[in-house]
Design a binder for this molecule. Sequence first.
Ligand code: PMP
Length: 431
Amino acid sequence: MDKKEIYEKHKKYLVPCVATYYKDPLILDRGKGNYVFDTEGKQYLDFFGGIVTISVGHCDDEITDKTCEQMKKLQHTSTLYPSVPIVSLAEKLAWITPGKLQKSFFTNSGSEAVETAVLLAQLHTESHEIIALRHGYSGATLLTMNITAHGNYRLVESLVPGIKHAHNAYCFRCAFGKEYPNCELDCAKDVKELIETTTSGHPAAFIAEPIQGVGGVITPPKEYFKEVVSIVKKYAGLFICDEVQTGWGRTGKKMFGIEHWGVEPDIMVMAKGAANGAPVGITIATPEVGDSLKGSHLSTFGGNPVTATAILATIEAIETRKLVQNAEKMGMYLRDQLNGLKEKHRIIGEVRGMGLIQGMEIVKAKKEPAPDFVAEIFESTKEQGLLIGKGGLYGNVIRITPPLTIGRGDIDQAVQIMDRAFEKIPASRTV
Ligand code: PMP
């Protein structure tokens, strides 16, 4: 099939929400390491990592070999029969996740993992109310679409009752008109009033991403989670931490994002980078909370031997190749370079993030969101062989989440390409 035919079939046989980046959609054929290749053989440096999913580089030989071996040995049994891969994975997760997290339930996507986490919290607390954050993203099922706080992702009106959305810690656009650190964390403290005025006073849980990825890499101040979680705990609510984007060393220095804020979740959700590209959802809870999920509840493919092996192989690669350390080192280098771009280009309103999850909010005068500039930057970076991501409520945040395997040379190349793309936007249009 040629490019034109592939795109025509895409439009004809897929529903329109299966959206594509770029005016002329990029049709990818293969990937290796930090690169992907289109059907005409052109190479692209992948600085979005699929969508924040390629932890260890595309089609990693070691992970692929181990997964294929398992595929040849035993593909499916269902969880009605214990297997070595599922118990080895569950044990490993209990070791590497923070605090007392110990008991896992496996599914096939981040959305299902969030569904499981909420169900667990509701069963454990015998309450149904959930506190989520504005600008957060939780998934595409009915419940997770309703937890998600981006109007454009809510394809049908709000149908799930009991979800309350608190202000997030979006310092660049503070809802309280304050400036960190002189703000006294009003956004976190407001959750007390939110609970007292909009819930029964006994919420099941507070759910949050350590860094809001889809929301535009919104990164709360270091004191935020201690403050907000302590408020939720006073009302006997649990803390569900969504590590779908921040897990597996992406934030550098630590395996999971929330560890930077020194707070221990009661339930944690993981997906995306867990299996370096294979579909997976993981929900892990403390023993007391996890034991509340009893009775008939099952995921046919969850924890299957092949995916469990792919996750174990990914974790092993992250550990043996010291990718958490690399994410920290390269993250610092990348951040310096992005700060350099910010000094040069006034359309970069803020650079934020941690390790290898970084964002640049693109604005005009008075912080007016500039999604049109982002669209132009996308065309230019693609032309020059670089893939980046976008996000934010207004579609004006450039998201940079490369594989954790990148080196300085890759960063230098990506930054030079972005620099040239930014230069194409004349200063006269930025006011
Ligand atoms: N939580 C977060 C933080 C996410 O970013 C996503 C996906 N973007 C999800 C949940 C849902 O994951 P999935 O698309 O695998 O269902």
